[in-house]
Design a protein around this ligand. Sequence first.
Ligand SMILES: NC(=O)c1ccc[n+]([C@@H]2O[C@H](COP(=O)([O-])OP(=O)(O)OC[C@H]3O[C@@H](n4cnc5c(N)ncnc54)[C@H](O)[C@@H]3O)[C@@H](O)[C@H]2O)c1
Length: 436
Amino acid sequence: MSKITVIGTGYVGLVTGACFADLGNSVMCLDIDQKRIDGLHKGIMPIFEPGLEEIVERAYRAKRIDFTTDYPTALKAAEYVFIAVGTPSGDNGEADMQYVESAVKKIAETIDHSFILVDKSTVPVGTGDWIAKMLQDRFADSGIKFSIVSNPEFLREGTAISDFMRPDRVVLGSTDRAASNKIAELYESLRCPILITDIRTAEMIKYASNAFLAAKISFINEIANICDRVGANVIDVATGMGLDSRIGPKFLNAGIGWGGSCFPKDVKALVHIAQEYGTQPQLLQAVIEINKYQRKYVVHKLEEILGDLKGKRIGILGLAFKPDTDDMRESPAADIIKYLDQKGANISAYDPAAMELSKAILPKQVTLCENPYQVIEGADALLLATEWNEFKQLDFEKIYQLMHGHVILDGRNLWDPQNLTDLGFHYYGIGLGQYN
Ligand SMILES: NC(=O)c1ccc[n+]([C@@H]2O[C@H](COP(=O)([O-])OP(=O)(O)OC[C@H]3O[C@@H](n4cnc5c(N)ncnc54)[C@H](O)[C@@H]3O)[C@@H](O)[C@H]2O)c1
């Protein structure tokens, strides 16, 4: 049993803490947000993540996990200190490092014994060296030894627990091989490939991975837009491409674009890093531009179908940036709603998890509904923005009755076009040949 402290109880920190506790370790989770910590003591999860509540509860009952806002309490016995605080986008796309910096400073001020600091936050290349410098200054001549390991996190919101417990790989980067080996031991029971590198390489692997995945989606979206013009079907195109083992089938679903807390900020941060070091990341910039355009493309498409959108009622299903999360950060739906609102459309919307968070983000005049059918009542068009399972099996005969017009724009290519056409709808997808 190892003694682990996790700084930050967001998606990454809480999942990391809960999973390490579930694996039998003793975990202290620290956050500066008192409300979060109070809630966690009462079993209230600060984020929506399937399966998280159960494992937190189990570990809490077994006294393998606890929560605090107090750094001395959190660090008292820590052998391993994981940093999992946010690194949002700064004004120029760079990663805003203020939370990492303040966490490192607090650790440096507080800890009174040797430890390994593990960085799970996604941070610019060179951050490990920068942290080492801060700690060296503090611990010089103190007898306290420390090592730094970069351990980028690859979990996805919505499947975070299984991603943590069954990862494709664990990446560990450090100047201290023995420290990486110790962290590798924490993951040993997961029986996954563990790649040990130098610290800058580990930091780069995270950015390169996210940028590649974002590029794959932007690529297929650009192909979809061409399919729309030439009358080809992007789903079949992606299947045909994906069967090539050099390409693979994943992340080739055309739609309204990527969003969330990671891809947008990480691709921007990598662009910023590249420019800082004097190189021009042309592909990465195009990946971002294509993604921005895709949100406008959907609105143009609705205009092409419905004409002037002023006064038109548009029902939106799905608000979160992807299914199984309430995360609204950089959600394509939010941008699309903003553009539709600017064009004078009347919008109603529903999401199974993100209604609360949407209130603060969406224009006030958007009607937030309690179920999918309310969204559709009297609508001229229905736009599917997030492919929640709950939307797969809707009662389309009922929807047909409830709608005013019968236009469906399936922004995630989720539904069966033929089925909906047979029911009398005017069905449009993204890059779907005859259904454009
Ligand atoms: N969310 C994801 O899917 C995901 C996946 C992989 C990597 N990451 C990366 O992991 C990091 C954390 O992301 P997240 O989504 O968990 O963030 P989050 O915003 O959900 O949570 C961050 C938490 O850190 C806390 N915090 C901030 N400063 C603190 C401090 N000084 N001391 C203690 N707590 C502090 C905040 O109160 C918050 O609860 C980011 O760098 C992100 O890029 C996120």
